[in-house]
Design a protein around this ligand. Structure first.
Ligand code: PEP
Length: 250
């Protein structure tokens, strides 16, 4: 079984009702694309976006590991599903940094989301200082080892996103050789943890992906799609990335 590509957008803290037209416009491309497409939106928009989205999945950007309880401001997996979400991001570097989320937290979130029935995109990535010091691969492999759920029932429902922190929103990108080296190392860790199923987990690249560089990234071995921030906010920027992945789908 081959890994189909996934292009997922992350709107972060952007988007109100007036932006739902972009979801509609993305639907037109997603319906004919030969890949999986998703948009991870602010929780406040999920339910309305689900009604507007055709041919692709709407997701959340984070989930709490508990089913329910005294966790002010947090959203559970059951709540995301209730709003119509089909997936969630966990472990984005902005949450690891600003909310102090540890690898153990990210693992617990991934396990809670998967067991509730959400697909998961689990993010990992190194800082500029770590890359400069020559420790990028070791550090990111350590992160994935400590963040992966104990088991995955269906590898098609679980993706890893390699997102070098220094590339997020900066316009700076790693070389394709560096991406290939990292994705090969991550594939090794996935196989070590999950055996044959590890070959079927998608590894996305994220960090300043745009229409102008997407074709090059999607041609790298073990790059199974992209997690896209800024360029997912409007259809004019996002659709060409979807089309680039779709054109390379076998
Ligand atoms: C992200 O935040 O996940 C991301 C990849 O952002 P950008 O595409 O804007 O670099």
């Amino acid at each position: 079984m081959a890994r189909g590509k996934l292009v997922a957008g992350n709107w972060k803290m952007h988007g109100v009702a007036a932006d739902l037209g972009e979801v509609n416009a993305i639907s037109m491309a997603a319906e004919t694309a030969r890949i999986d497409v998703a948009l991870c939106l602010p929780a406040t928009l999920i339910e309305r976006a689900v009604r507007a989205a055709r041919g692709f999945a709407i997701g959340g950007q984070d989930v709490h590991q508990a089913d329910k309880g005294a966790h002010t401001g947090c959203v559970s997996a059951a709540m995301l599903l209730d709003a119509g979400a089909r997936l969630t991001i966990v472990g984005h570097s902005e949450r690891r940094e600003a909310q102090g989320e540890s690898d153990a937290d990210v693992k617990a979130k991934a396990e809670a989301a998967l067991s509730a029935g959400l697909d998961v995109i689990l993010c990992i990535g190194e800082s500029d200082a770590v890359r400069e010091a020559g420790h990028a691969v070791d550090t990111v492999c350590g992160q994935i080892d400590a963040s992966l759920p104990e088991s995955i029932a269906d590898p098609a429902r679980f993706s890893v996103a390699y997102e070098p922190i220094w590339a997020i929103g900066t316009g700076k990108v790693p070389s394709t050789d560096d991406i290939a080296e990292m994705h090969a190392a991550l594939r090794g860790r996935l196989i070590h943890k999950f055996g044959e199923a590890g070959k079927l987990v998608r590894i996305l690249y994220g960090g300043s992906v745009k229409a102008s560089n997407a074709v090059e990234f999607f041609a790298v071995p073990d790059v199974d799609g992209a997690l896209v921030g800024g360029a997912s906010l409007n259809a004019a920027d996002f659709v060409p990335i979807v089309e680039a992945a779709s054109a390379q789908a076998s």
